[in-house]
Design a protein around this ligand. Structure first.
Ligand code: NZQ
Ligand code: ZN
Length: 389
C-alpha cells in the first residue's frame, strides 16, 4: 500500500426493498425545515415522490422544493437552489434522484451559507468550504455515480463550456444517509441503466490502472469488476431482474466511496476527457466515458502493459498461455469492447453529437492529471479525441 492514509466514510446505508422505512427515523435527527430536491419528474411517475412526501408530512416537516434538477446540473440551477434553500432557512437537504440530484444537493449544501460565488470558490479555485454546510440525505433512484456515499459534486457551466467535479476533502460533505432500494431503479430507461453500468465499471478502472505494487485495493477492484460484468449482462438481458439490479446498486456504491483508492495513485483521465465532452454536448455521463475509453486505454497500454495483461486474465478470463503481455492485454480490451457493445453503449463521440470543430475546445477543457501510467499532454488528448470521433 502506498503512503499514509486515513479512511472514514460516515454515510449510513439502508439497503433493500424496505429501505425507505428508515427515512422517518433519520429525518428525526434534523431540523424542521427540509428542502426536497429532485429531477425532471420521474419520481412523480413511479410513485417515489408520493412515498417520500407522505413520510415528510408524517414527521411534520416544513418542506420547500427544488425541482427540475437536470442531468449534468448547471451553475445557474445551483444559484436558483441556493436562493430557495436560503429563503426556507433550510436545516436539511433531501435529494431524491440520481447522481445529478445528489451532486446538486451537496453543491447547495456548501453554498447556502457561503458569501462568495460557489462556482469561483469550489469549481475554479477548488477551495474547501469555510462556512457552515447543510446535512444532506439521499434516496437513490439511478445507479452509477456513487454520489450517494461520496463527497463529489459535479457542476456544469455551459457558458464557459466547463464541467468540473469537486471531490470535497471533508467527509462531512458526504450524505448523512442513503436509502438504496433496487426496485426504484427498475423504471430507468435502458439507455440510462447501461450508462450507469459503464459508469460503475469505469470508476473501478480509473482507480485500478495505476501503480506497480501488489495492492489489496486492486484485488478488491477485480472482484467488483467481475460482479459488474456479470450483473450488467444479466440486467441487460432482463432489466427487471432484482438480483442483478441489486448487485449493481451495491457495486456502484463501493466503486466510488473512497475505498478502492486507498493506498494507491489513481488515473481518472477517462473522466477528465469525458467531462469535457459533456460540457460541449451535454451527453449522458456514462456514454461520454464509453465513447472515449477504448482509444484512451489502447493509447496508454504500452506504458502499463503488465497491469493491462493482469486485467485481461483476472477480470476477462483471457488464457495467457504462450502469449506476450501485449497480446494478452489486447485480448482483454477486445473482450471489454464486446461487453460494452452488448450493453448498447455509445462507442464513439459522433453518436453523442460531438464534431471535429469541438476537439480543440474539449482538449482545452480537459484537466490533465498525473496519477496514471502516462501523463498526457494536450496534444495527446487531441490525438485520442480524434480516435474517438
Ligand atoms: O430527472 P429525472 O426525471 O429524475 O430523470 C432522470 C434523468 O433524466 C432519470 N432517472 C433517474 N432515476 C430514474 C430515472 N428515470 C426513471 N426511473 C428512475 N428511477 O435518469 C436520468 C439521468 O439521471 P442523472 O441523475 O443525471 O444520472 P447519473 O446518476 O448518471 O448522474 C450523472 C451526474 O453525476 C455526475 C455526472 O458527471 C453527472 O453530472 N457524477 C458524479 C460523481 C460523484 N458524485 O462522485 C462521479 C461520476 O463520475 C459523475 O461524474
Ligand atoms: Zn463517472
Amino acid at each position: 500500500m502506498l503512503g499514509n492514509f486515513s479512511f472514514c466514510n460516515p454515510t449510513k446505508l439502508y439497503f433493500g426493498d424496505q429501505a425507505l422505512q428508515n427515512l422517518g427515523d433519520e429525518l428525526d435527527r434534523y431540523g424542521k425545515n427540509v428542502v426536497l430536491i429532485y429531477g425532471g419528474g420521474s419520481i412523480k411517475i413511479n410513485g417515489i415522490y408520493d412515498e417520500v412526501t407522505a413520510i415528510l408530512r408524517e414527521k411534520g416537516k416544513a418542506v420547500a422544493e427544488i425541482s427540475g434538477v437536470m442531468p449534468n446540473p448547471t451553475v445557474d440551477k445551483l444559484y436558483e437552489g441556493v436562493a430557495i434553500a436560503r429563503a426556507h432557512h433550510a436545516d436539511f437537504l433531501l435529494a431524491v434522484g440520481g447522481g445529478s440530484v445528489c451532486d446538486y444537493a451537496k453543491a447547495v449544501s456548501v453554498s447556502v451559507h457561503c458569501d462568495e460565488d460557489p462556482w469561483d470558490k469550489y469549481y475554479l479555485r477548488f477551495e474547501e468550504p469555510t462556512c457552515e454546510t447543510l446535512p444532506v440525505g439521499c434516496v437513490l433512484t439511478m445507479v452509477g455515480t456513487g454520489s450517494e456515499m461520496n463527497a463529489g459534486a459535479v457542476i456544469t457551466n455551459p457558458h464557459a463550456h466547463l464541467k468540473i467535479g469537486h471531490v470535497f476533502a471533508d467527509e462531512k460533505i458526504m450524505p448523512k444517509f442513503a436509502i438504496l432500494n433496487p426496485n426504484y431503479t427498475l423504471t430507468l430507461p435502458h439507455r440510462q441503466m447501461a450508462a450507469g453500468i459503464y459508469d460503475i465499471f469505469n470508476h473501478i478502472c480509473e482507480q485500478y490502472f495505476s501503480g506497480e505494487d501488489d495492492n489489496t485495493s486492486d484485488d478488491l477492484s477485480e472482484g467488483l469488476m467481475r460482479s459488474v460484468i456479470d450483473a450488467g449482462r444479466a440486467a441487460n438481458r432482463d432489466p427487471q431482474n432484482y438480483e442483478a439490479r441489486s448487485n449493481l446498486m451495491w457495486s456502484a456504491t463501493w466503486a466510488l466511496n473512497t475505498l478502492l483508492s486507498r493506498g494507491k495513485s489513481t488515473d481518472w483521465m477517462v473522466h477528465m476527457i469525458g467531462q469535457s465532452v459533456g460540457a460541449y454536448t451535454n451527453a449522458t455521463h456514462g456514454m461520454t466515458l464509453s465513447a472515449v475509453s477504448l482509444p484512451y486505454y489502447r493509447y496508454i497500454l504500452p506504458y502499463g502493459v503488465k497491469k493491462f495483461a493482469r486485467f485481461a486474465v483476472r477480470v476477462w478470463d483471457v488464457d495467457p498461455a504462450d502469449k506476450s503481455d501485449e497480446q494478452i492485454a489486447g485480448e482483454g480490451l477486445a473482450r471489454m469492447e464486446s461487453w460494452m457493445k452488448e450493453l448498447g453503449l455509445a462507442m464513439n463521440l459522433r453518436e453523442l453529437g460531438a464534431t471535429e470543430d469541438m476537439i480543440d475546445g474539449i482538449a482545452d477543457g480537459t484537466i490533465l492529471l498525473t496519477g496514471g501510467y502516462k501523463t498526457l499532454s494536450r496534444d495527446e488528448v487531441v490525438l485520442i479525441l480524434k480516435e474517438c470521433l
